[in-house]
Unconditional design. Structure first.
Length: 261
């Protein structure tokens, strides 16, 4: 069934609707007295819980039908609804300066984009995400799930797991379970170039650092011989990439950027 209380979910928007109030209440416990941003409020179960605790809720919903449903059904004064694609909103449109925290059950297809946005804005968040995505976020060096996402997340956030959310808590029921996490920004957001080079290195994570650099020749538009010469100048080039810590991978990416210029 894709219909739930008269609203049909849209697959192209990645819509699944939370139907467990206890999950919503657990997420909303992090917003007492705060100005909260919610992305993709859907049918509003989390929205209502947020409005009960928050000073103000700014909810951005792309789907016009859902936006109108929320506008008519949520009759509280501390909510500001915006009908727009969140990734196309401006800081002024959402009132970024007054927002304290983002709390959302975001569509899975926006996970990476939202994480990048949070890093750029240095904003804390409570998010319900796909379990597999969270497993990669939390993965440590020398483990199967260690990936570009693990490295980039570790360098920009302190992540705390709050609770597991089995797939039966949503309608329509998705194919995967979810996890609610809390993210606290640490340090500065990564430069785009550093993130790109980290991605290249982790693309060849099972290889030695030396070979990972050489095998990135197509992406770097350089010959293998040129990259072999550069790789010789990189410390620990005989270690396998997936055994390096996030800090070591970032340091390598920054040095590589300098050597490539």
């Amino acid at each position: 069934m894709n219909d739930f209380i008269g609203v049909r979910s849209k697959k192209k928007l990645g819509q699944v609707f939370l139907v467990n109030e206890k999950v919503a209440e657990a997420e909303a416990a992090h917003c007492y007295g705060k100005v909260v941003l919610e992305v993709g409020p859907g049918l509003g179960m989390l929205t209502r819980a947020l409005c009960s605790n928050a000073k103000k809720v700014i909810a951005v919903e792309k789907d016009y039908a859902l936006y109108m449903t929320l506008k008519h059904e949520i009759g509280v004064k501390n909510i500001h609804l915006i009908n727009k694609d969140f990734m196309k909103t401006t800081d002024d449109e959402i009132g970024l300066k007054e927002i304290d925290i983002l709390i959302s059950n975001i569509p899975y297809n926006l996970s990476s984009s939202i994480i990048e946005w949070l890093a750029q804005k240095k904003m804390q968040a409570v998010l319900c995400l796909q379990k597999e995505f969270v497993d990669h976020m939390l993965a440590k060096p020398d483990t199967r799930n260690y990936s570009k996402l693990s490295v980039i997340t570790s360098l920009q956030f302190r992540v705390t797991k709050i609770m597991n959310v089995p797939k039966g808590n949503f309608r329509p029921i998705p194919k995967v379970d979810s996890v609610v996490i809390y993210l606290k920004p640490i340090g500065d957001a990564l430069r785009k170039r550093d993130a790109e080079l980290i991605g290249l290195l982790m693309l060849h994570k099972k290889k030695t650092l030396r070979n990972a650099i050489v095998d990135s020749h197509a992406h770097l538009s350089m010959s293998k011989d040129e990259l072999r010469a550069i790789a010789q100048k990189v410390p620990q080039n005989g270690r396998r990439v997936f055994k390096l810590t996030p800090a070591e991978i970032l340091g390598t990416a920054q040095l590589l950027d300098t050597l490539l210029k």
